[in-house]
Design a protein around this ligand. Structure first.
Ligand code: FAD
Length: 432
């Protein structure tokens, strides 16, 4: 089968594009996702790893807090293999932090997030590396999400529903005829060719690069690309995610990610999401802020630092920290077959996909609803899912079960499968 002209082309293979592709495929549309590099190479594969409970936004953005709280439960349900239910502590380490406690708890109540005030002595017994001077502690349902495990599972699930996932395919032009886009021009970085596709609808989920893609049809979107730095340490210092008890600020989250600890982050508006610089000052600042919550951080080694860019919604007179963490789906007037998204969180990627898919379904005259909130992702029962595959990788990947590398094998198996999916998608397009 050679697929020439799908119903929908999705531009950008981060969490938003992947969930949009899955959602649309489950509604029966033929979807092609185009990613200029590899799946997860943008912000989604370089974020902090927090599956937000919503607590962080109760004071600044209650709508985002509610969305995060619900998606936190949904993602843990459909992708338990990609989530560690660590829980999270908010800790007050000085007098200023203490003053936020009342406002914080009021906010948690207002948006209905489960919480528990913890006696500091009990908290220290649970988390011995916490600052012994800790003055107040509140527990919330924060979780850790393994970014690539989740994204690769969504990609494989979408492919199994008929979607094509093409990596190394950069959209370089959108040709307009009359009121709509009639051709998507793609630079195929694998074959070195230029390809042309004629979908009915185009969805732009290019994260911090969205403004560049829509500029191809002379549209300006109000975005505020905002860079953040994270520092990785060589030891896991806490069982839970540790957050500073204050209004969202820089360097106030320490997150246990497998056997590491990751401290972040910063927020600086940038001109070019492809040109990021991490300074020693960034790393020293994060070490200093992180060690206010967990002083043991001073005694462990920095492995590396990394950075990425948030595709935030621009708001007049509002700085990057105060900007809403909500998302906006934009159905453009002209061209009439273009839909894009800005803003959001990794945590709300499924919801963004659902809303994009609602918009596209309306344009294509379908009344089918979203199914992704109850649809277990491929890999949720990895070794059973693998056994059911009609694929030569089945035996190789399932060989991890019962081996010393069973837990680590999950990521390897999903990576192998994604590469098969990408290869087969190219073959089905006649692009191999
Ligand atoms: C420092 C930092 C920390 C964060 N931490 C968290 C966190 O802990 N928890 C959380 O919930 N959220 C977090 N976020 C937010 C989250 O990472 C983003 O909101 C989310 O990943 C955005 O996903 P996306 O799919 O919109 O964009 P992306 O993941 O950036 O995906 C866009 C994709 O489009 C591709 N692309 C671009 N141009 C083209 C083109 N012309 N043709 C084809 N493909 C193209 C890119 O290569 C990229 O893969 C963090 C963000 C930052 C910056």
């Amino acid at each position: 089968m050679v697929v020439k002209n799908p119903d929908v082309v999705v531009i950008g293979g981060g969490v938003n594009g992947l969930f949009a592709t899955l959602d649309l495929s489950l509604r029966g549309f033929q979807v092609m996702l185009l990613e200029r590099s590899v799946i997860g190479s943008g912000a989604s594969g370089r974020m902090h790893g927090l599956l937000h409970s919503g607590a962080r936004y109760v004071a600044t953005d209650p709508k985002a807090a509610v969305e995060c709280a619900e998606e936190n439960r949904i993602i843990a349900g459909i992708a338990p293999h990609a989530v560690e239910d660590t829980g999270g502590y908010y800790v007050a380490v000085d007098k200023d932090d203490e003053e936020y406690v009342e406002q914080f708890i009021k906010g948690l109540r207002a948006v209905n997030i489960n919480y528990r005030e913890v006696n500091p002595e009990d908290a220290l017994r649970e988390e011995p590396n916490l600052n012994p001077e800790v003055k107040a502690v509140v527990e919330v349902p924060d979780k850790v999400v393994f970014a690539k495990d989740l994204m690769f599972s969504v990609a494989v699930s979408a492919y199994r529903e008929g979607a094509l996932i093409i990596q190394g395919a950069e959209v370089v032009g959108l040709n307009v005829s009359g009121d709509s886009i009639n051709e998507v021009v793609v630079k195929d970085h694998v074959a070195g060719d230029v390809r042309r596709i004629r979908p009915r609808i185009i969805v732009v989920t290019a994260g911090p690069w969205t403004y560049r893609v829509v500029k191809m049809v002379n549209i300006d979107v109000d975005m505020m690309p905002t860079m953040g730095v994270m520092v990785v340490y060589n030891r896991r210092l806490t069982r839970r995610v540790i957050n500073r008890m204050r209004m969202p600020s820089d360097g106030d989250i320490l997150l246990p990610y497998a056997s590491s600890s990751i401290v972040g982050t910063t927020a600086v508006i940038v001109d070019d999401p492809d040109n990021l610089t991490i300074s020693d000052d960034d790393v020293n600042f994060l070490a200093s802020e992180g060690s206010r919550m967990v002083p043991a951080l001073r005694k462990v080694s920095v492995v590396r630092a990394y950075a990425s860019v948030r595709p935030l919604i621009k708001m007049p007179g509002v700085n990057a920290r105060e900007a809403a963490r909500d998302f906006a789906i934009i159905k453009h007037e002209k061209p009439s077959n273009l839909v894009s998204v800005i803003g959001g969180k990794f945590t709300t990627g499924r919801l963004v996909g659902e809303r994009l898919s609602d918009e596209v379904s309306g344009l294509l005259g379908s009344s089918k609803g979203s199914m992704t909130r109850d649809h277990p992702l491929f890999g949720a029962n990895l070794y059973d899912d693998l056994r059911e595959l009609d694929n030569p990788l089945r035996s190789l990947a399932s060989d991890f079960k019962g081996s010393i590398d069973e837990e680590r094998g999950r990521a390897a198996a999903l990576t192998l499968l994604l590469s098969e999916v990408a290869k087969n998608s190219r073959r089905l397009m006649g692009w191999s």
